[in-house]
Write a protein that binds this ligand. Structure first.
Ligand SMILES: [Fe+2]
Ligand SMILES: [Fe+2]
Length: 304
């Protein structure tokens, strides 16, 4: 029996077993724009640990969910996020590492964040039953805020035409947009779970503050780490606190190749509106239309 009051997901979430072949992809996969190429390749280093964390967290939260449709959504969400993590792992291994980039030190920091700091036993501390419950809710709130970004940035990726005009690598574009489309498809799940198990409105401010700061910081750290190893940036030596990185980011945003920092800040404020509803942030049909044309998703559907 479906409950429309709790679940706002309007489809049955599908698990598409996609695979990607990066053997013909170059490091600067957007021709003549190493900055945007490296900036976007950061997702391969950050997302696997984050999405496997989502997988573990929602498997734990499942036991507290009493709504049948929401439980079904969560199972679909878990399967989709695990597949995203595996696809981006391929991006790390077959694109970045194979082309001589040492991503291990940065990935270890990301893994510490998700596997140690945000684990069930944060920094090794075993929590009481009461604290364990509160910690679970806090992390579900944080993921709901992160999923607001993945939905809105997913819409940006589906609608960006500049990358195509610049003859960006079609495999990378498909990874970005297949992932983007599934983020749109499951955009309501994390928020519905948070509302179902807590619904504390004021805590959303804290969750979003941590999510927005974390996303922008990790992105800047990861991007400068990739750029420092790239001979294309040997003259600029990009640093997180350096002018080059932030001014070039703004320059690429002005050219329609990346969302700007200001856009990310505006996005974060939308989450704080009392009537916020992820269902209104994007259009499921737009996502399904992309998935019905995505080379990887079509291949997965044929194989299934
Ligand atoms: Fe994802
Ligand atoms: Fe997601």
């Amino acid at each position: 029996m479906m409950s429309r009051n709790i679940s706002k997901t309007d489809t049955q979430l599908t698990h598409r077993k996609v695979t990607f072949d990066f053997s013909k992809t170059t490091l600067h996969w957007i021709p003549n724009d190493p900055f945007t190429s490296q900036f976007l390749s950061v997702i391969h280093t950050i997302l696997p640990a984050g999405e496997f964390f989502f997988f573990r967290l929602y498997n734990k939260a499942k036991h507290d969910i009493t709504d049948e449709k929401l439980l079904d959504d969560v199972n679909g969400f878990i399967r989709q996020e695990a597949t995203h993590a595996r696809a981006h792992n391929t991006g790390t291994n077959d694109l970045l590492i194979k082309q001589g980039v040492d991503v291990q030190p940065y990935i270890e920091k990301i893994e510490w964040l998700f596997n140690v700091l945000l684990s069930d036993t944060p920094l090794g501390y075993t929590l009481s039953k009461n604290a364990e419950k509160k910690w679970l809710i806090a992390r579900l709130g944080l993921v709901a805020a992160i999923e607001h970004f993945t939905c809105v940035l997913g819409k940006y990726a589906l609608e960006n035409t500049r990358w195509d005009e610049m003859n960006a690598d079609p495999v990378i574009l498909d990874v970005l947009r297949w992932h983007a489309a599934e983020e749109i498809e499951h955009r309501s799940v994390a928020f519905d779970v948070y509302q179902h198990l807590s619904g504390n409105y004021l805590m959303r401010y804290l969750h979003m503050l941590i999510a927005a700061t974390g996303i922008i910081s990790l992105w800047a750290l990861g991007a400068t780490d990739l750029m420092k190893q790239d001979p294309a940036f040997s003259a600029q030596k990009p640093k997180v606190l350096g002018r080059f990185f932030w001014s070039t980011w703004q320059n690429r945003a002005n050219k329609g190749r990346l969302p700007s920092v200001a856009t990310l800040v505006v996005i974060s404020f939308r989450y704080l509106h009392p009537s916020y509803n992820p269902a209104n942030e994007a259009d499921t049909q737009q996502a399904l239309d992309y998935l019905s044309n995505s080379p990887a998703a079509k291949q997965a559907a044929t194989a299934a």
